[in-house]
Design a protein around this ligand. Structure first.
Ligand code: SF4
Length: 365
């Protein structure tokens, strides 16, 4: 299969691993590269890349799993919305099992709430058009990767004059949490495996601040195993040759300037909130989207009364440390015992992109 088979070739993998080992030897010290995106974490564990690399190269898992970063209070808000009389609440399947204080959306569905999982916000809009006597709410989550599809849906709802559709907007943006991690003093990093999906929308240049302000390299990277190995080689080459830059390993998909049409529509439909709460990272300025004034009639937070209560994670949950790259999944004391994909305590065990779920599925010793 074009663009897949050539990125899984075992001979190419051996060649890259040899080159990586030689570069690591020349560097003569351990390096820690954060893979920002949960999709990369999934690939790393699925293909056992951690075990193939020399000990001197360590992966640090980052905050780029969109389900994982939603705080418990927002899940409670979603359950509250879903439980309102007359509401059809629509969501991606991953969000159904995320635990809230009073249970998950799946449990609310079992109690009688009309909750339907959809593959696209356009599916939610269709449900609204098919049920004009009901209020249909879409639970929008995700980074710049999924925000454009919500924006397109809202533009279409506006054009069609649909009045019984609204969005509970939890879209977030990638640069502020990276800054928050780099500004903190807890984490020592040597570079980033940059998020390929998000970069498809925002463009590779979006990450220029990382070498410019923090002196670290970043390689925008695809999601096949050889993509990630090549990114590690490119990061090490930068160190050996004394450079720090943004490079684009995923040029077959990502443009330097990103998807300008999607970005323009996002600017029309969304506005940045002054601050937004992230699981494990706390409140980060200008890191989350709400609907713009022009689209505020579709904002579920304005249409319904919301509890909006900030809720602490369960005491046993160490997702915050996992999302900050400070803890490996298996170092959480409830990993694989109290917390499993069937009965998750934290969000990192729910989504396949979560580090705990990926490690549980593919890398358990
Ligand atoms: S094992 Fe469960 S509780 Fe622990 S960090 Fe992972 S998801 Fe969170």
């Amino acid at each position: 299969m074009e663009y897949v088979d050539e990125f899984r070739d075992p001979e190419d993998a051996k060649r890259l691993l040899k080159a990586i080992a030689a570069l690591a030897d020349r560097l003569g010290r351990t390096v820690r590269f954060m893979e920002v995106c949960g999709g990369h974490t999934h690939t790393i564990y699925r293909y056992g890349l951690e075990r193939l690399l020399p000990d001197a190269v360590e992966f640090v898992h980052g905050p780029g799993c969109p389900v994982c970063v939603i705080p418990m209070g927002r899940v409670d808000d979603a359950v509250h919305l879903a439980s309102q009389p007359g509401v059809i609440f629509t969501t991606f399947g991953d969000m159904m099992r995320v635990p809230g204080t009073g249970g998950s959306l799946l449990q609310a569905q079992a109690r009688g709430a009309d909750i339907r999982f959809v593959y696209s916000p356009l599916d939610a809009l269709k449900i609204a058009r098919d049920n004009p006597d009901r209020e249909v709410v879409f639970f929008a989550v995700g980074f710049e990767t999924t925000a454009p599809s919500t924006a397109v849906t809202l533009a279409r709802a506006s054009a069609l004059g649909v009045s019984n559709f609204s969005v509970f907007c939890n879209h977030v943006t990638i640069a502020p949490p990276l800054r928050a991690l780099l500004d903190g003093e807890e984490l020592a990093l040597d570079g980033f495996i940059g998020p390929g999906h998000v970069a498809t929308v925002v463009g590779a240049r979006h990450f220029d601040f990382i070498p410019a302000e923090y002196g670290l390299p970043l390689v925008v990277t695809g999601f096949e195993p050889l993509d990630i190995l090549q990114a590690v080689e490119m990061l090490l080459e930068q160190y050996v040759s004394g450079r720090r830059a943004v490079e684009n390993q995923y040029a077959r998909v990502v443009r330097e300037e990103g998807n300008t049409a999607a970005l323009a529509l996002m600017r029309e439909v969304f506005a940045l909130r002054p601050t937004f709460e992230w699981r494990g990272l706390g409140f980060i300025e200008s890191s989350g989207y709400r609907l713009s004034e022009a689209y505020s009639r579709f904002d579920a937070e304005l249409r319904f009364s919301m509890p909006g209560v900030r809720v602490a994670d369960p005491p046993a949950c160490e997702c915050g440390s996992v999302l900050k790259g400070l803890l490996k999944p298996w170092q959480c004391r409830v990993f694989g015992t109290g917390c499993t994909p069937e009965n998750p305590i934290g969000t990192c065990m729910v989504s396949p992109e979560g580090a705990c779920a990926a490690y549980y599925s593919f890398a358990r010793i």
